[in-house]
Design a protein around this ligand. Sequence first.
Ligand code: NAD
Length: 494
Amino acid sequence: MTISSQQSLDSVPARLPTPITVAFGDGIGPSLMSATLRVLDAAGAALAPEVVTLGESVYQQGITSGIERASWDSLRRTGVLLKAPITTPQGGGYKSLNVTLRKTLGLYANVRPCRAYAPYVPTLHPALDLVIIRENEEDLYAGIEHRQTREVVQCLKLITREGCERIVRYAFEYARQHGRRKVTALSKDNIMKMTDGLFHRVFDEIGAEYPDLEREHQIIDIGTARVAVHPEYYDVIVTLNLYGDILSDVAAEVAGSVGLAGSANVGEQVAMFEAIHGSAPDLAGQDVANPSGLLQAAVLMLYHIGQGEVAARVQNAWLRTLEDGVHTADIAGPQTRTRVGTQAFATAVIKRLGQTPQALPAARNRAPQPTWVAPPAAPSAPILKQLVGTDVFFEWSEGERDPQVLAAALQQVEQPDLTLRMITNRGVVVWPDGFPETRRADHWRCRFLGAGPVEHLQVIELLRRINLTGLDFIKTEHLYTFDGVPGYSLGQGQ
Ligand code: NAD
């Protein structure tokens, strides 16, 4: 490793250094990274870092992704990124670098271990010790949004079976490898029966292959409430992207401080390790921020690259530092004996390398979790997909927004083999039945169904006829059955 200015030649390890890509980030990032690299170096990590610049200064060059071509090349060469937090400029069409990295590199699993370090770090939940495994690539983070009418905007939630299978299997493998006993899936499948329902079904299917592990599913809202109040109930949690994003911050806060937790973003070829917090511009340049989150990320990285022995040495020295009451300001409490800044904290960890914690459970060397590579899709029985109708969406504000008026206009142009069956407004059925109390936006879904399978040409003909009425159709969503099972949600009350 050649990056730390304070490197000692004694610590040059015998094994071949593992190339990694390192980004020093923005705000408190550079200070946290130099503290972390000093510890890794002193612990004998065999690393060959390639430094890249990501974030603010790249955005300022007009590169809206926040990452240059050469950095991509380094990442793809090393397959490992240790990244300090970066600042995302507000507005101006800048993209979130984190979302770009995760999606471009296929980093499908976001792993966030959260635990309490009581009594050394003040917390209301001393028994908290859970891991959140969040799906990282799909869900509402596809970023496909549209303004459809004057009143209504839309964001598409995309979930794939393969995405669910990968994250669920990763969670069960993780639990097994880390000696955990239970995996809890959190979703909202009572409302989103197709998207979250698929995730829940896959969880049950794959979970059945792990009879040695307990498994359960909970609805995300009550699950989140319980994580906040009884986090000790949970062991490994697996959930979809947005839920995991929110839940992991809840868990980190409940554990004691956002400054304490690291995370791994794992894909088949590349993995990225970072603290869970941001660049904290309010603390930049003051040498007060806690480097523990990035150090924890580095420990996860060391396990990942097969340097588990060094990982355990760093982790044990860090735990011992906490036990000895050497604390940064964010975790200071009754057990604090020496309040230190960023660099002094790193020095305190370095002094304790080779020691183990006296009360907190010590870390052990272990093999890296094998990256689960999705097997090539097994040839499955062909699925019969049949077009049976179409939902036509309209912007419409005429006739005092009375759905009877809209239905009457559409019935003028419906065809005998493709008839109007239902109108909903924001998902609520307003025709043929409905209540006057239902608030009606300018966004209407009108469902046309055939008596059996229909042809695309019939849909085109329907749209041609609708066009003659002057009604503003804003999109269509075709309705298919898959082996006879409707691949679309039914209206409320159907
Ligand atoms: P933040 O996490 O930077 O800060 C939130 C609060 O936590 C602040 O009060 C801060 O002082 C404190 N804090 C954070 N890290 C700490 C540490 N190591 N030690 C002690 N206290 C710490 O969140 P924010 O203020 O919402 O975001 C600041 C910037 O960071 C934004 O530009 C945001 O886009 C970016 N961000 C980056 C990442 C990342 O790179 N992974 C993640 C989140 C936010």
